[in-house]
Design a protein around this ligand. Structure first.
Ligand SMILES: *Cc1c(COP(=O)(O)O)cnc(C)c1O
Length: 421
């Protein structure tokens, strides 16, 4: 049996209608920006394998560090015990974050990093003797697939089967020039019961790469500060250089109280999540009263191999060459944007840092489920490019090591698609 047939017998794939799914392409190895299938066919990974890969596949520096750690300590319980990779990663990560972040709490992925952030905020107010239960979030937000993370995400086809089980959240529109004063007033009016505001800074990823300006987010955060609402920056997608700076919140004057990180954290090598917070939050859990403890943890909390992969990824991220690559991708995207923005099939085009998104004109109502999505997906796959459209929106979110030639190849493929589809 081929791998495709064996897969079909025993595997249930994520975000996939298994009834009529296209065959899943068996990948046998990766190198730099490419992955290769079992027939030797090469694909450019233009979506960084679901936004996680930042330095390219099978990066030798990360591989070397991970391999060495495997021979020393693969894992140890993280309650009652600690280890160098976890401590060192926290020591190196905290000073890189915007504002003053003091403590790292380790989890396994982006969704659990969000769960921990929400629990920190809700219990913070409980521990302070001022319980608050409301949470503020953006309408088209995406914060993950566990129940708490789903609850603070926009209601969509992803959450449809569970909507009546999700907790109530106050959803607000993305801020812009016209609605910012109204949104600020709303936040100040709500203030007494709102525990926290969770947001994806500058770009709502899964919601359709919706972008908004830093100055309006800053204004919302000012209102939150005035209303005593804690701010959670979900930088799971935007972290580690995606928006042109190491973290999207560097572009803000107001700094969040909590950060959620995952995806690019290990360079895309291993699952790992972190939730960081200020001492103001941490200190509210210090007590002789056991009920004030944060009772949360995962079996693989702070896995040493994942921490070492993250340390190796940080080494590369902080090299000048990486920052130059980020700036290079940003500049080339900007040129491409100008080139195609007036095309009749381009309904909208937007860019933040290394991410560029193109909304296809369809002439009618579209959604994540539209047929166009599959047409576009297979069109680019046939050209050896992995682009996974969100409905009628295609986006390029590449590893930073992508060459100019490969960027041009993708741009040209998009230009042909605009003519042919
Ligand atoms: C992907 C994502 C998550 C969820 O992370 P997982 O590791 O897939 O659980 C949360 N927030 C944002 C902004 C994301 O893009």
């Amino acid at each position: 049996m081929s791998l495709i047939e064996r897969d079909k017998k025993v595997i249930w794939h994520p975000y996939t209608q298994m009834k009529n799914a296209l065959p899943h392409i068996p990948i046998v190895r990766g190198a730099g920006v490419y992955v290769f299938d079992e027939n030797g066919r090469r694909y450019i990974d233009a979506v960084s394998s679901w936004w996680v890969n930042i330095h390219g596949h099978a990066h030798p520096h990360i591989a070397k560090k991970v391999a060495a750690q495997l021979n020393v300590l693969e894992h140890v319980i993280f309650a009652g015990f600690t280890h160098e990779p976890a401590v060192l990663l926290a020591e190196r990560l905290l000073p890189l974050l915007p504002g003053k972040q003091d403590k790292v709490f380790y989890t396994d992925n982006g969704s659990t990093a969000v769960e921990v952030a929400l629990k920190m905020c809700l219990q913070y107010w409980n521990n302070k003797g001022k319980p608050k239960t409301k949470i503020l979030a953006f309408k088209n937000a995406y914060h993950g697939d566990t129940f708490g993370a789903m609850s603070v995400s926009g209601r969509s086809i992803f959450t449809d089967a569970f909507n009546n089980l999700l907790f109530d959240v106050e959803f607000i529109d993305l801020p812009n020039h016209d609605n910012i004063e109204k949104l600020k007033t709303k936040i100040l009016d709500l203030k007494s019961d709102v525990a926290c505001f969770i947001f994806e800074p500058l770009i709502l990823g899964s919601g359709g790469m919706l972008m908004y300006e830093a100055k309006y987010l800053d204004a919302l955060l000012s209102a939150c500060k005035e209303a005593n609402i804690l701010a959670i920056a979900d930088e799971v997608m935007t972290g580690f250089g995606r928006t042109g700076t190491y973290f999207a919140c560097e572009k803000l004057d107001n700094k969040p109280d909590i950060f959620c990180l995952s995806k690019g954290l290990t360079g895309g090598t291993m699952p790992l999540g972190v939730t960081t917070c200020t001492n103001e939050i941490f200190d509210a859990f210090l007590s002789d009263d056991k009920l004030k403890t944060l009772y949360h943890g995962h079996s693989f909390t702070a896995n040493p191999i994942a921490c070492v992969a993250s340390l190796a990824s940080l080494d590369i991220l902080l090299e000048n060459e990486t920052l130059e690559n980020i700036k290079r991708i940003e500049a080339r995207h900007a040129v491409f944007l100008e080139e195609i923005k007036s095309h009749s099939k381009v309904k909208a085009i937007r860019q933040t840092g290394t991410i560029i998104a193109i909304e296809w004109e369809t002439g009618n109502e579209t959604s994540y489920l539209s047929n166009l999505r599959n047409l576009l997906y297979t069109y680019f796959l046939d050209k050896g490019i992995i682009l996974r459209p969100l409905g009628n929106i295609i986006y390029i979110l590449p590893p930073y090591v992508i060459s100019n030639e490969d960027l041009d190849y993708i741009y040209d493929a998009i230009k042909s698609a605009l003519e042919e589809i």
